[in-house]
Design a protein around this ligand. Sequence first.
Ligand code: 13P
Ligand code: SF4
Length: 332
Amino acid sequence: MNYSTEELKEKIAKLKAKLSVTVVAHFYQRDEVFEMADIVGDSLELAKKTQDDDAEFVLFCGVGFMGQSVKVLSPQKRVVMPKIACCAMARMIDTLYFDESVAFLEKNGIAKESVLPITYINSNADVKAKVGEMGGMVCTSANAKMIITNALKEGKKILFVPDRCLGQNIANQMGLKSMVIGLGGDPKECDIICYDGFCSVHQLFSVEDIEFYRKKYPGILIAVHPECDPKICDRADFVGSTSQLIKFIEELPEDQKVAVGTEFNMVNRLRPKNTYILSSTKPECPTMNETTLEDVYLTLKSIEDGAPINEIFVDEKTQYWAKIALKRMMAL
Ligand code: 13P
Ligand code: SF4
């Protein structure tokens, strides 16, 4: 297909006007895709906002688990994705690895009944369902601390999947003891036992990057996402989810320099002056970047043709338990 960006934008706008479809995009999407969206936000905001939307189709520009969350919360909707790109971290855990993690705790003298699982929203629906079935819930990077504070009231050990960094960072913030399965430690001595998944994009920020910016621009602030390694978060001035980072940076005085440790597309759209990427590389999320403007057009076209492509389906049992895990979080 040989359409220019402007031609594609025009075609997309025409199809959007004609069809009952809402285009949603995560903050990490490419600029030209982001611009075409009716709703933008972080993963939870998108799942929530689409619940109140009455278009027949949701065209979700993001990664697979996010589209699934929309389908789980609003099963009556038809959810299509221009690319079913799978978040690298979500891909690190499946239901077998989850069961193995529970078995590891049992082998170490912690009964299943004494374990409360919490899964980061960056996990597939079948893992969320497992967690829901075991009495656990979902969290996001924006509410992880609150969810864990509440969960601890049950007096159980927390099994935190799949992001070891988020789990450890929250434990450090709250003065709790944590460990990562496979990296040593006695689970009986710990409050939070983390699975050993991680985000490859957020591992691209280093202590050297922080030292470089602090030396080059004395007074600069360092703001990072909690998917970064604990040694990065411990040295930062602000740690927050995508929405929290945006708010923090937009409220800074114009002349306050800030170096940000999260995905490139999002940081690049923030205030143009005095905002730096905390890395000598370009930390783009490869799976988020898979969705192109052409994919958006082709997906809309498939709806117009009556044969929608890349539709998301979640089986009934998975949908039931994954929704319970999501709703437990929302209730808090
Ligand atoms: P949010 O839940 O803040 O949208 O972040 C998702 C993500 O993938 C961050 O890397
Ligand atoms: Fe997944 Fe990391 Fe990409 Fe977020 S930035 S979608 S956690 S791979």
